[in-house]
Ligand binder design. Structure first.
Ligand code: GLN
Length: 485
């Protein structure tokens, strides 16, 4: 059961060799055991999960199962799920029970999937190590002294430790791909607009995008088939024909052109990461792919541009947390202004406050043109680099993160060092492109290395094709951390 893919689980369920209740109980037990040690979850609701599992068993008995019916999934605690505590990793929402489902959750429910629990995350998805969570850091299943990456650290750790078959996350600047890499699992950020942001607590709306975590590229494809789709309640949701993201998995990759950006392979990548990434690319060449050098000259500006734009949007999005309508309210105050002030002072953690301060500064009169407008212009240049690069290649490959998982506390006191751990992922969000990370071996400390694959707009099926073919030839993705089995 532990290492079965979604398709294998579905086969077991369809053949009635196991019931959804049994599968759900099996994983809930793991969540309550190892999951607790790792601090991967913020909330569980076993009764609710088991009720959904029983309903799924009914659907399976009627022969009406869809591909994910009866399978338990963990969801990042950024998704509103009706009746579930939905904290976004913050004290500010520590008492918030969502009154409705996010679109993505609605789609999983409709597919007959079971919610196994809500995963730990950096507060309001701001972080790269899961250390900014109000609920404490998550431990990396490969090394309890290391971070799992962030901000979707709980989801990545939950899949790595086989606490659930698969999970969801969100990626604003790398928060699916970077923790997938550091925790040794697969994660995919779709093209902006493919998955609705409705009911997903907003961080930086022009960058936020939800996506799946799983053990294999095929699992990600099956989850994308459920999560993707138009939703009128998100004005940036794209109206497109539904696609089958698994359609190209089995295609041979012979002749596929892999773009290698010179900037990705310049100084900055740790030698053990470079070694694993080079070996992965050699494997793709063995499969018949060609490599071409491409250039992303403005990529070096992506971290500074992001740290103007993302905080600007965050400062606006987070203004709604004022202690009036929902969430935390300071217990003592003198008047309304004092209530706002105390609520926000007590409800937000240090990183969130830092972002709000930066955001309000870059949007303020007199600085708006110098920072915000300038950053918007640079964002366009960064996106244009990719358009040029994709004239010469089908997918782009490189590292997901510059190092393997770092120590808990190692970068917590140095925001700039922390921000730099997203150096390879952020440009993809700024451009709105799809990107994914897959396990590609291990570094010096026996910690996983992720290979990043970037696709052109709506190139998810092609990325998944490349990833699946690599996974047919290698077995990194099936490795489990010691002590998990
Ligand atoms: N680490 C980046 C940040 O802190 C990205 C976070 C994310 O993708 N949600 O903003």
């Amino acid at each position: 059961m532990l290492n079965l893919t979604l398709k294998q689980l579905a086969t077991e369920l369809a053949a009635k060799r196991v019931s959804s209740v049994e599968v759900t109980e099996f994983f809930l037990k793991r969540i309550k055991g190892l999951g607790k040690t790792l601090n991967a979850f913020i909330s569980l609701d076993e009764e609710r999960s088991l009720a959904a599992a029983r309903a799924a068993d009914g659907v399976i008995a009627q022969g009406k199962a869809q591909p994910l019916t009866g399978i338990p999934f963990a969801h990042k605690d950024i998704f509103c799920a009706k009746g579930w505590l939905t904290t976004c990793g913050s004290k500010m929402l520590s008492n918030f029970v969502a009154p409705y489902d996010a679109h993505a959750i609605e789609l999983f429910n409709r597919a007959g999937a079971v919610i196994a629990g809500k995963t730990n995350m950096d507060e309001f998805a701001m972080g790269s190590s899961n250390e900014t969570s109000y609920y404490g850091p998550v431990k990396n299943p490969w090394d309890a002294a290391a971070v799992p990456g962030g901000s979707s650290g709980g989801s990545a750790a939950a899949v790595a430790a086989r606490l659930v078959p698969a999970a969801t996350g969100t990626d604003t600047g790398g928060s699916i791909r970077q923790p997938a890499a550091l925790s040794g699992v697969c994660g995919l950020k779709p093209t902006y607009g493919v998955v609705s942001r409705y009911g997903m607590i907003a961080f930086a709306s022009s960058l936020d995008q939800a996506g799946p975590f799983g053990k294999t590229a095929e699992d990600l494809a099956l989850m994308m088939n459920v999560m993707a789709g138009y939703d009128a309640r998100d004005s940036t949701s794209l109206q497109r024909e539904p696609e089958n993201y698994a359609r190209d998995l089995a295609k041979p990759v012979r002749g596929m052109r892999i773009g290698l950006p010179a900037e990705f392979f310049a100084a900055g990548m740790a030698p053990d990461v470079a070694r694993a990434v080079e070996q992965a690319i050699a494997e793709f060449k063995k499969l018949g792919c060609e490599t071409v050098e491409v250039s992303l000259p403005n990529m070096k500006l992506s971290v500074p541009v992001y740290y103007v734009l993302a905080p600007a949007e965050a400062s606006s999005n987070l203004s709604r947390f004022d202690g009036v309508r929902y969430g935390y309210r300071a217990p003592e105050y003198t008047d309304l202004a004092d209530m706002y002030g105390k609520t926000r002072a007590q409800g937000f953690g240090a990183e969130v406050k830092r972002r709000i301060l930066i955001g309000t500064y870059v949007l303020s009169h007199g600085y708006y043109d110098a920072y915000y407008i300038k950053a918007q212009k640079l964002r366009r240049l960064i996106a244009r680099d990719f358009v040029e690069a994709f004239k010469k290649c089908d997918v782009i490959m490189g590292p997901t993160a510059p190092t393997t998982a770092f120590r808990l506390g190692e970068k917590a006191g140095d925001p700039v060092q922390m921000y730099l751990s997203d150096i390879y992922t952020i440009a993809v969000n700024l451009a709105g492109l799809p990107g994914m990370s897959i396990p590609a071996g291990f570094g010096d400390k026996n910690l996983p290395v992720g290979l990043q694959i970037i696709g052109n707009y709506f190139g998810e099926a092609k990325m998944l094709n490349a990833a699946h073919q690599y996974q047919q030839a290698t077995d990194w993705h099936m490795r489990m951390p010691e002590g998990v089995a």
